[in-house]
Design a protein around this ligand. Structure first.
Ligand SMILES: Nc1ncnc2c1ncn2[C@@H]1O[C@H](COP(=O)(O)OP(=O)(O)OP(=O)(O)O)[C@@H](O)[C@H]1O
Ligand SMILES: [Mg+2]
Length: 336
């Protein structure tokens, strides 16, 4: 007899709901047929959209011998426009990167290592600069500006998360989706890779080899903690120092929130609050959520976080306590 499994999308599409849905999805046993019901029309926030698409992609790859049917996908015109369905292989709507975007949103797009390396090579410069250029271009789409506090803050934060993908995850590509709501003073950016995950990235450094994903995640967010054993030594512009995730999560937590998940651990940070979120992700997903009305000069904020970080790193065994790399303290145009 044919084994048929019905899968309903969660009724709410918050990051925590999608994370839990991912756990349920990947725990499903084999079947001959899977029927996905996308249900009634509802709001697809950018991070949730890209994370859900990546879960469905992994599911499709794992169950490639089974028939998958999807119902009610035509209730989701906005998601189709943003490239959601084609990201996981359903032939409906735009492909990732196809929709032009607007002054308020970036539809799902793929950033490839090969393309960044090519750009860097053509300019005889380093990958770090090509990544920063990409981050600045994405921020400009969202802010409709080429300078200013929000533009700088977004460029810095997106740059640090993209650098991590290409420096630590071993993934060849990363998916990104974002939106700015000027009247609500909010920006949300979702960045998801299907690479080796934080635990494996961090374990490159014998000081930070943990069994649990959760422990690795907590450690990676601390100042001076890096998978690169040479972190903090040498003075290359784009050298690692273990400060990227620390600085970025502090930027977001001041008024907004920061969510990161990898392996079976997810962590939601908001102000002084930390909440564990169940998760099952091959790779790493980061959600940056900024409250734009609370932003002051980026350089001042980074310098404050840097001072706090150096002090805190002294209490962490194995952390780089000497300094944060030039890049992790500012945007490259400030030190060129
Ligand atoms: N996408 C990722 N995939 C795998 N591992 C990651 C990823 N992002 C971060 N990590 C791990 O977390 C560690 C801490 O990241 P963080 O950005 O804070 O510091 P860094 O990248 O080592 O140094 P810096 O950002 O100062 O150049 C990384 O060294 C890496 O081991
Ligand atoms: Mg980094």
């Amino acid at each position: 007899m044919k084994r048929v499994t019905n899968v309903k999308l969660p009724s709410m599409l918050t990051p925590a709901h999608i994370s839990r849905f991912g756990c349920e999805l990947h725990a499903l046993g084999e079947a001959d047929e899977f029927e996905f019901d996308f249900g009634p029309r509802r709001w697809f926030p950018p991070f949730s959209m890209v994370l859900l698409a990546m879960h469905l992609r992994r599911f499709r790859d794992r169950h490639n011998g089974a028939n998958c049917f999807v119902s009610n996908f035509d209730n989701h015109g906005y998601a189709a426009h943003m490239g959601f369905f084609k990201t996981f292989g359903l032939d409906h709507g735009n492909a990732p990167g196809e929709a032009p975007g607007s002054s308020t949103y970036v539809p799902i797009q793929v950033v490839r290592r090969r393309e960044l390396a090519e750009q860097a090579w053509q300019k005889y410069s380093e990958m770090g600069f090509a990544i920063e250029e990409k981050a600045a271009a994405l921020s400009s789409i969202l802010t409709n500006r080429t300078s200013g506090v929000l533009q700088d803050t977004l460029t810095y934060s997106i740059r640090e998360i993209l650098r991590n993908v290409f420096e630590h995850s071993e993934a060849e590509e990363v998916f990104i989706c974002a939106q700015h709501w000027p009247s609500r003073h909010e920006v949300e950016v979702g960045i998801v890779d299907a690479g080796r995950g934080i635990r494996a990235g961090l374990a490159e450094n014998p000081n930070f080899q943990f069994q649990a994903h959760r422990e690795s995640l907590h450690a990676a967010l601390m100042p001076g903690v890096s998978g690169n054993i040479f972190a903090g030594r040498g003075d290359e512009t784009w050298g690692n120092s273990g400060y990227g995730l620390y600085m970025t999560n502090r930027i977001c937590r001041a008024g907004g929130s920061f969510f990161i998940c990898s392996g079976d651990a997810g962590l939601w940070l908001e102000g002084k609050r930390k909440v564990d979120v169940p998760c099952d992700l091959q790779g790493t997903a980061v959600r940056l959520f900024l409250k734009t009305s609370q932003l002051s000069d980026l350089k001042d904020r980074l310098s404050g976080f840097h001072k706090d970080g150096i002090r805190a790193a002294k209490e962490i065994a194995g952390a780089n306590t000497s300094y944060a790399s030039a890049a992790s303290q500012m945007l490259s145009r400030d030190f060129q």
